[in-house]
Design a binder for this molecule. Structure first.
Ligand code: PLP
Length: 406
């Protein structure tokens, strides 16, 4: 299928909106993406005509819903090339998936003297759960520092990684910097000292083909809402032996094998980790998003965004007083920046008046802001539907911001 961005844009009703009387330019896909029409229609059809509970009812409607829910798991597994759908646990999102690993795997496998190695560019969702679990287990959280261009200090990584490290938990693409981390190498190194590796794929999965078997990671996490799907759902991929070794972290219906008033035994993964009635509608929407992305092709989306990205970078380079934060050689299609004369929120507010939606703030990465000695950045991030006109509108708005602030 050939990639036609204009045809694609027409399939995203959310892009047709206005802001302050101007046509919307949406450049905040790293925060959350607009929704593809096939996702909206699939969820609408399920809610209207097919809705029922899953894994509980003996009647046709529930059996049908269960089949659709489990099909969604297969679609997600296929999207990430997981060996089997049983490697996929539905979670509430990427944050929830990391918390699952922290509280289930972490509590079972960590104790005093053990270390968890993260990086200085993690999203808070890959810092705070480990801090909490370290308080609980007595393990120690250590981090690998960053170089000035926002890439990982790989020499420091090698020094920090020894047999005391039981888990490396690393962001694949940094949401605040754009850095792409060499996760295949990091996985190889982690395994060489007997550690597991978790890859936070929230910002990589929407922009490049992901093959969890080729990455050889033990865990991979993502959020559907960044993949053109709904909020409230995401996935944890886990290797079978890793998931098998993990006790439940939430108790309730459907995660059990047998319950007595004294004691319970638990279901096999992934059901062991899905207590309670799951977000059925959202899972089906997530499955559809994955199926649609596979139809378009992640290679094609990556090629489109890679073609646009140098244009975005040149537009930013031409704005007086604008300074990029995060210029690692391997970087994804988002740009963080600051501007002389104003706070990041001033930039975002001026752009908003021009109809251009960008994120400003610490991007849930306060340690990154501390590392670069700034309170916040503005960030433009591309999606599969971004076109040159979007970038030109952003450029014009940024020139206006530069004039006003400097
Ligand atoms: N990890 C990264 C790199 C992110 O960018 C985000 C969200 O921006 C998350 C984790 C958390 O995702 P969610 O809020 O959907 O759980």
């Amino acid at each position: 299928m050939s990639y036609n961005v204009d045809t694609l844009r027409a399939e995203f009703p959310g892009l047709a909106g206005e802001a302050h009387g101007k046509p919307l330019v949406y450049l905040d896909s790293a925060a959350t993406t607009q929704k593809h029409i096939s996702v909206i229609e699939r969820m609408d059809r399920f809610l209207r005509y097919e809705y029922g509970t899953v894994h509980r009812g003996m009647y046709a409607r529930s059996v049908g819903s269960t089949a659709m829910y489990e099909l969604a798991r297969e679609q997600v597994a296929r999207f990430f090339n997981a060996p089997s759908e049983s490697n996929i646990v539905f979670t509430m999102g990427c944050t929830d998936a990391i918390n699952l690993v922290a509280w289930s795997w972490g509590r079972a496998h960590l104790s005093a003297g053990d270390r968890i190695l993260i990086t200085g560019m993690e999203h808070h969702s890959n810092i705070v759960p480990w801090q909490l679990v370290c308080e609980f287990t007595g393990a120690e959280l250590i981090h690998c520092p960053l170089l000035d261009d926002g890439s990982l200090d790989l020499a420091a990584f090698d020094e920090l990684l020894d047999e005391r490290v039981k888990l490396v938990s690393v962001i694949h693409v940094a949401n605040s910097l754009g850095t792409i981390n060499p996760v295949v190498d990091l996985a190889r190194k982690a395994h060489a000292v007997g550690a597991r590796i978790l890859v936070d794929g929230a910002q990589s999965s929407p922009h490049m083909p992901i093959d969890v078997q080729a990455l050889d990671c033990d865990f991979f996490t993502c959020s559907a809402h960044k993949l053109y799907g709904p909020t409230g759902i995401g996935a944890l991929y886990g290797k079978a032996d890793a998931l098998q070794s993990m006790p439940p972290w939430r108790g309730g219906g459907e995660m059990i094998e047998r319950v007595t008033l004294e004691k319970s035994t638990y279901a096999e993964p992934p059901a062991r980790f899905e207590a309670g009635t799951p977000p059925i509608v959202e899972a089906i929407g997530f499955g559809q998003a994955c199926a649609w992305l596979q139809e378009i092709g992640m290679d094609a989306i990556q090629a489109h965004e890679r073609e646009l990205f140098p244009i975005a970078e040149q537009i930013l380079a031409d704005i007086p007083g604008l300074h990029r934060i995060g210029t690692a050689p391997e970087r994804s299609t988002l740009c963080s920046f600051v501007m002389d004369g104003g706070h990041a929120s001033d930039i975002a507010a001026i752009l908003d008046m021009e109809g251009v939606a960008v994120r400003a703030g610490h991007h849930c990465a306060q340690p990154v802001m501390d590392r670069f000695g700034i309170p916040a950045t503005a960030r433009i991030s591309l999606g599969c539907y971004t076109n040159v006109a979007d970038l030109e509108r952003a450029g014009a708005a940024l020139r206006k911001a530069a004039d006003m602030l400097q």
